[in-house]
Design a protein around this ligand. Structure first.
Ligand code: ZN
Ligand code: ZN
Length: 80
């Protein structure tokens, strides 16, 4: 099951479980649309894998299968 992490690893902006702006790699490194595109060029900086839109979990399922609340952030950021 996807963790649905709550924030972008680069800029720490909030990414709600129903956000259309969340991007993830196969390890679920999580980024916002802006960072994944302009800053990272569609590649995960941690594993080199592709970043794809994160599927949204239907609201009715979130009560039983809640999203992660553990924030993951790259201490050095992703800036160029
Ligand atoms: Zn970001
Ligand atoms: Zn990754």
């Amino acid at each position: 099951m996807l963790q649905l992490r709550p924030n972008c690893e680069c800029c720490d902006r909030d990414l709600a479980p129903d956000s259309t702006e969340a991007r993830i790699c196969s390890f679920e490194c999580t980024f916002c649309e802006a960072c994944a595109g302009a800053v990272l060029g569609g590649r995960c900086p941690n594993c080199g894998g592709e970043l794809v839109p994160r599927p949204r979990r239907p609201a009715a399922k979130l009560a039983r299968f809640p999203a992660s609340t553990e924030r993951v952030l790259k201490p050095s950021g992703c800036g160029r």
